[in-house]
Design a binder for this molecule. Sequence first.
Ligand SMILES: Nc1ncnc2c1ncn2[C@@H]1O[C@H](COP(=O)(O)OP(=O)(O)OP(=O)(O)O)[C@@H](O)[C@H]1O
Ligand SMILES: [Mg+2]
Length: 161
Amino acid sequence: MTLNATNADEPFDCEAQSEMETDALGAKLAGAAEPGLVVGLIGSLGAGKTRLVRATATALGADPSCVNSPTFVLIQEYFGHIPVYHFDTYRLRDVQAFADLGAEEYFGGDGICFVEWADRVASELPLDLLKIEVTAVAPTARRFRFTASGPVSQRVLSRMK
Ligand SMILES: Nc1ncnc2c1ncn2[C@@H]1O[C@H](COP(=O)(O)OP(=O)(O)OP(=O)(O)O)[C@@H](O)[C@H]1O
Ligand SMILES: [Mg+2]
């Protein structure tokens, strides 16, 4: 895994060369995370957003077989050491449909929230967000670019560096 350490406010890039390295990155995020963290995932279809959520939730003690794309469920909850709430906004009609899910009640709560397609619902997300942009750079290699925008996300990101 290639890590590119930067200052607190600058993006932090991490390149995983394989799914095993994505698992290691998920474990690193799990180790750094704290309740109240909201993660916004951005990236095209098949980029690896759900795969990173699975890696992180598994490292937090969730059953990996339960962690799939929540596309048809919209919200999935996994219970490990810290609860994980996983939202997929891809099939939502619009931003209002996301607001109607009551997602805001999960933010800043007892768990860690992951929101796939965060760019589609940006106006409904907290200002303090750990943004992760996922890009496929080769068939099994993915770049994860982390950007923090508030105290919780900055604390988590600085623990990862
Ligand atoms: N290093 C890697 N990290 C993550 N996924 C990888 C990696 N290498 C290959 N893959 C593959 O890329 C795909 C990622 O799928 P995933 O469901 O996570 O995408 P997604 O970004 O959630 O897409 P969608 O927008 O459709 O939900 C999987 O098929 C996975 O096996
Ligand atoms: Mg997905």
